[in-house]
Write a protein that binds this ligand. Sequence first.
Ligand code: DLL
Length: 434
Amino acid sequence: MKFLQPLQETMSREQLRDVQGERLRAVVARVYRDVPFYKRKLDEAGVHPSDIRTIDDIVKLPFTTKEDFRDNYPFGLYAKPLSEIVRSHASSGTTGKPTVVGYTKADINLWADCCARTLVCGGADRTSVVQVAYGYGLFTGGLGMHYGVERLGAMAIPMSGGNSKRQLMIMRDFGTTHICCTPSYALLLAEVAEEEGFDLRSLGLKAGYFGAEPWSTSMRKAIEERLGITAIDIYGLSEVIGPGVSSECLAHRGLHVFEDHFFPEIIDPVSGKPCPDGEKGELVFTHLTKEGLPLLRYRTRDITEIDHGPCDCGRTFARMQRVSGRTDDMLIIRGVNVFPSQIEHVLLEIEGAEPHYQIIVDRRGTLDDLEIQVEVSPTMFSDEVKKMEGLRKRIAHDIHSTLNVTAKITLVESKSIPRSEGKAKRVIDKRDMN
Ligand code: DLL
């Protein structure tokens, strides 16, 4: 099986442009009519839906940002009444509240198609046994890929994340051929397998679909060697749909963006001007077909470049290079998105904790390790171990319940974290991503 939807995935660039233009006209008219936020935004920008004729007119439209989600929390950007929304997911917001996204029945179908395309890109077919080890829940990874497996007609094993020994047992007993998880989790599985004397390379594993966090070429090499598979880089974000936005194919020449649904642009993050092919900039997406939450020119903050040239696999969709960084300070720790501002938000709520902190991220073995050093107010700083331990536990608990990651909390004396005269250096990231 070469393509899931050959008509769409291999249509000529000219034909694709026409489809994109037609869909853009329709989506702009729809959000102008149905989403008060967009009516206001377009009016302010002096753009009317009738100004949009071809896909090139997209540059006339204003950008949408993550802050717009925060300002319209939870459902203010939805373009359909809640009676037509069949599911909501969420990802981290920049402060205490998550970014919420909604899907109609048609959106869920579209998402399943895109995740199934992703699976076919990496060689899976109806006979495949696909272990989904992304988290199931508000995170889009688990359910997104799960529906993709079912859409393809392969067999889904809905493992969710964690419980590595059990993952390995199921992998062997069920004859898993394809695995979906974060790249760091793939390496952890390899490590646990080695400890258990379990030869992963002797199983029938063929390929893995890895994404949700940045990974390096050395990680790719390690995964391919230790698991004996082909590693496929898959990219997506909740605001756009979840996984299924773009995927590497077996030619490994970048990630094909499913541009008949998600129109990509690369812009200069400072000027907002479009960048030509081959130049790095911020990736921006416009929904062409989504119903529940269509976004115009959504700024992902991810940095990459795009190539519209043909690919050996036959797909005509443009290819983005692997994400090489972000324009903001978002960190991804064990697959969970973390903004330093969220940590600050938590600390400000706790008496005795000062908003002076430093975040240290490192990689212990294959897993990310998060340490937060927090200054304690002089009145709270005490020799009494019990009191300090109580404060430490409270911070650890609140960080975990807000961010969904476990952090090691180290309490330090007031004024011991270096002050900066410019931008505070909040994050020390010791992980090697090259
Ligand atoms: O991580 C969706 C997803 C799930 C993608 C499973 C792939 C596989 P969010 O939690 O909203 O959604 O996080 C989106 O994660 O803006 C990127 O910064 C980062 N990201 C996702 N895939 C990749 C990748 C999911 N392949 C944010 N390489 C995005 C680098 C990635 N970064």
